[in-house]
Design a protein around this ligand. Structure first.
Ligand SMILES: [Zn+2]
Length: 134
């Protein structure tokens, strides 16, 4: 079944990065996608680092974990790629993430699986919003 999809999808599906949970996370999100029963949870830990000598600092994704509770292979691969993209990036940069970044990184997605890319983008946005609401 997998060989009609890209090698990248296969690689990330077989060995997904940053799986698990973060206890005492700074932000969390639960995302449900009815189309193929994808359910996942995103946990983030936020860090702060200086960006210049004049004492300015920025917030960034210090750690991220994803729990794929159920769903298709594409959501597992998309979530894995998303965690690799956002880890270490500033919140400002992460909020610019779009579906296409995920799709490109996966080497494409079949039409029926496009929702997986939007779902993981929505997931990280919701986790950041959750952090900001605290
Ligand atoms: Zn799916």
């Amino acid at each position: 079944m997998l060989d009609k999809y890209s090698r990248q999808i296969e690689k990330h599906f077989l060995n997904p990065r940053n799986q698990g949970i973060i206890k005492n996370s700074d932000g969390e999100a639960l995302i449900n996608e009815s189309q193929c029963g994808d359910v996942m949870k995103v946990y983030i830990k936020i860090g702060k680092r200086p960006i210049s000598e004049n004492s300015k600092s920025e917030k960034y994704i210090k750690n991220i974990k994803v729990e794929n509770l159920s769903g298709c292979f594409a959501i597992v691969a998309a979530a894995s790629v998303m965690t690799e993209i956002v880890k270490g990036k500033s919140l400002k940069e992460v909020l610019k993430l779009i579906d296409k970044n995920i799709i490109d990184e996966l080497g494409g997605l079949p039409l029926s699986k496009m929702h997986c890319a939007s779902m993981v983008v929505k997931g990280i946005e919701m986790a950041i919003n959750n952090y900001r609401e605290k």
